[in-house]
Ligand binder design. Sequence first.
Ligand code: A3P
Length: 339
Amino acid sequence: MDSISKSFEHNEEEELSLQKTNQSFEEFLSRLPRQRGQTPRFDLCLYKGCWYRPFLLQGVIAAQHFEAQPTDIFLCSLPKSGTTWLKALAFTIVTRKKYSDLSSHPLLSTRPHDCITFLENANQTAELPLLATHIPYHSLPKSIISGGSKIVYIFRDPKDVFVSLWHFLRRATPKDATNISLEEALELFCKGVSTYGPYWDHVLSFWKARKEAPQLVLLLVYEEMRKDPLPSVKNLADFIGHPFSVEEENEGALQKIVDLCSFENLSDLDVNKKEKQQTLSVVMNNKAFFRKGKIGDWRSHLTPDMAERLDQITREKFGGTDLPSYLSDANTYGNWTMF
Ligand code: A3P
């Protein structure tokens, strides 16, 4: 049994014991494998095969009691894969009848992260049947899986996720900023030691879930959406039960939503340029959520060897799946669409 499988077995017992004896969270934490991550102030803890910052893990454990309804929709992702964008789109699609006047739309004055809350923020109640989470599929609350809630998962080229994360950890909370080099950060990322990582296991957990229940899991690819958002956004609306009528399509409603939620529009709004906003229990510089929004920005940061290292792991891990081959091939951002 490998160490990750062992950590699953160990954690099941630990979780039960935490519930039974009310042992303190610190005691529980102290028994988990721990490793220094990219930021100096927070180690990462391995829980059920996934690396978490301790305070986030507390939210993950609390979320296990969440009682999902079959009508709930969960927007799932790894950090830096398009979470903010997906929140904006899903919110706008679901509320488009209520907020038909786009000139006074809530997204113009409210951050996407305040429109849709994270499941890990167990103390908040959601007004809409929409919640977001970074929890991998295998650690989602049981009620989500057994209750038949729908899941939308967005994922992205790991090279861009890695670069985006490295920047984010420098800009989001300057006092806790990462002080390690890009090379050291890559080493950690490749070993899977990144918040909610390993990247590859996270993506595969949702890919497998989709194989088993395609009617309940929609996969969206950041690159595909960035190149041509309309088909994915239409797909998203259909999947979450808010399809566009022919009249709406003729009136260009889809395009208006795409424009409202675009990187170019959102990143230029005062509300999204603010500093010191709370997201996932942490006060962060909100601007950090909007950096470049580009496909392939890794080219400005990674050497060919660094890129090949990530590509090689991706080829190994995603081999035998129908996940897009361009995720592990620097030269082909092809016309792949299949989800
Ligand atoms: P970059 O750092 O590559 O620019 P998350 O929302 O999961 O934290 O992901 C953040 C990444 O998505 C950042 O990528 C950010 O710039 C990009 N992003 C944020 N809003 C976006 C939008 N509306 N459209 C496209 N990309 C967006």
